[in-house]
Design a protein around this ligand. Structure first.
Ligand SMILES: [Mg+2]
Length: 118
């Protein structure tokens, strides 16, 4: 009998904290533990490359070959997010707190920076 996928029912609205829990649950139950930091860093780089490939062909000057656009932008973004969350989890990083601190830092640093744009 297949294992019940317990995170499926909570997929309506996912906070960053919940996403970290869902990934951890999946990694422990299905993945049987995290890959090493270095492996996940390589995988993150790989996924960013796949995202770049889609963007280059969809919005850039590169012409898509047959099959190039089979992977979607949303799929590749989700792949990047997944591996980033893995790295955060295995490093003990609370991404909600880190994101809040990042917004504060950017706001403090850049509040006047783009005034000339419009
Ligand atoms: Mg991918």
């Amino acid at each position: 009998m297949r294992k019940r996928i317990i995170w499926k029912s909570d997929m309506e609205e996912i906070s960053i904290h919940k996403a970290q829990e869902i990934v951890d649950d999946w990694i422990m139950k299905i993945g049987k533990g995290y890959f090493s930091h270095l492996t996940n860093m390589a995988l993150l780089t790989e996924e960013v490359g796949e995202l770049a490939r889609v963007i280059a062909r969809k919005y850039g000057d590169q012409i898509a070959k047959k099959g190039d656009l089979d992977a979607s932008l949303s799929e590749e973004m989700a792949d990047v997010l997944w591996v980033l969350i893995c790295l955060a989890n295995q490093s003990g990083i609370d991404l909600t707190k880190a994101f809040e601190e990042s917004i504060e830092k950017k706001t403090r640093r850049d509040s006047d920076r783009f005034l000339s744009r419009h």
